[in-house]
Design a protein around this ligand. Sequence first.
Ligand SMILES: Cc1cc2nc3c(=O)[nH]c(=O)nc-3n(C[C@H](O)[C@H](O)[C@H](O)COP(=O)(O)OP(=O)(O)OC[C@H]3O[C@@H](n4cnc5c(N)ncnc54)[C@H](O)[C@@H]3O)c2cc1C
Length: 402
Amino acid sequence: MVGASLAVALADLPLRVAMVEPLALGSDAQPSFDERTIALNAASQAIFETLGVWPDMAAEAAAMRSIHISDQGRFGVTRMQAEDYGLPALGQVVPTRTVGHALFRRVEQAEQIDFLCPARVQTLDTGDADQVRVTLDDGRQLAARLLVGADGARSQVRQALGIEAAIDDYQAKAIVSSVASQRPMDGRAFERFTATGPIALLPGPQQRSVLVWTQPTAAAEALLELDDNAFLARLNAGFGRRLGRLTALGRRQAYPLYRVLARQIVGPRSVLIGNAANNLHPVAGQGFNLGLRDAATLAESLADALACGQDIGGGQRLSAYAQRREADRQATAGMTHGLIQVFSNRTPGLRTGRNLGLLATDLLPGLKRRMAVRSTGFAGRPPRLARGLPVQTPEPQRGQGV
Ligand SMILES: Cc1cc2nc3c(=O)[nH]c(=O)nc-3n(C[C@H](O)[C@H](O)[C@H](O)COP(=O)(O)OP(=O)(O)OC[C@H]3O[C@@H](n4cnc5c(N)ncnc54)[C@H](O)[C@@H]3O)c2cc1C
């Protein structure tokens, strides 16, 4: 999805873009098009609005107007409300299938994009100073001024470039499903930390809520073995009664969780974006949002290079792009990893501190605002597309910005 988002963002620039995708549209194996429903934050929604693809997603989207965060068995809670930040919604919950189809439809319509599918990048050669060469699994060869690896957490491009990544296995799985409840969600999202992992319930399409329940691997596998009634009983016990009883369950799917942070995101005439650069725990719903900001910022950088007649794959420009992304990557990955570290630790002193921390976050508007700005995707210098501006908009020069 992140690669397709970049291709759509580049569609109006004077560039020829080849997008390589191994899995045909609608394939069940397509990781970007599976049963998941993801929370797009306000900046991501704005990016899709500026790109003109949001109308194709809006009918399936459910607005998230508030987030309620609590710790099972403790009194501390924190709440974030869209209206406190002048936003109509903190984000939108959309099936990934809907997002994927909207993007791929646009890719197929764009004259500037050669959509090579099914095809897989097999080898690449960065030995030539002026171009990077790619060989596909069907034998075709491509040469380009820039290669963008948006090929997911196990990125073959990252490996072929010899870029190392820090990998943390959370030894946990996220169980994803849809749930019906006695009381309506009314645009509220809930994140409840329990002794064994967080339970997130997001407002979903068609009056259902979206469940993302993280458990240690063995416990998750045991939960997957239960029938729906037994599973719901365990879920009700963990989540509590904020929505009355949780009454019905959709199909369950589980995802192993691990964090990948590439040690660098650019190489010779090459860039890594999305999960290829940063694969995060889903607890804060930030992975795709972060990847979309990679794509939007890279599109802006390439537009600026073209506007001043520069090489889009030049080392200086790519370094400036990497520098601009660093603060957002580190802060978003740090916030996500930090939540897991703090809330998975059950030592009594830390639990009390955490409880006070939730209370403090709720009571200190400055702290909560900083968290909200980061979660909605507007921290630092957001990409133009998130500010409603086309990628080609010239901006006043600032330092070595891209
Ligand atoms: C349970 C769960 C819930 C989540 N919830 C949220 C959420 O609420 N909000 C959020 O922002 N994020 C969420 N995420 C994270 C989000 O799903 C990912 O960050 C996002 O899907 C990453 O997109 P991507 O395009 O970078 O990678 P992928 O979706 O992994 O796509 C990689 C693409 O590369 C292709 N590919 C692979 N190998 C090759 C090759 N050799 N050559 C060419 N193409 C190749 C694949 O076919 C695929 O199309 C969640 C993740 C999980 C597991």
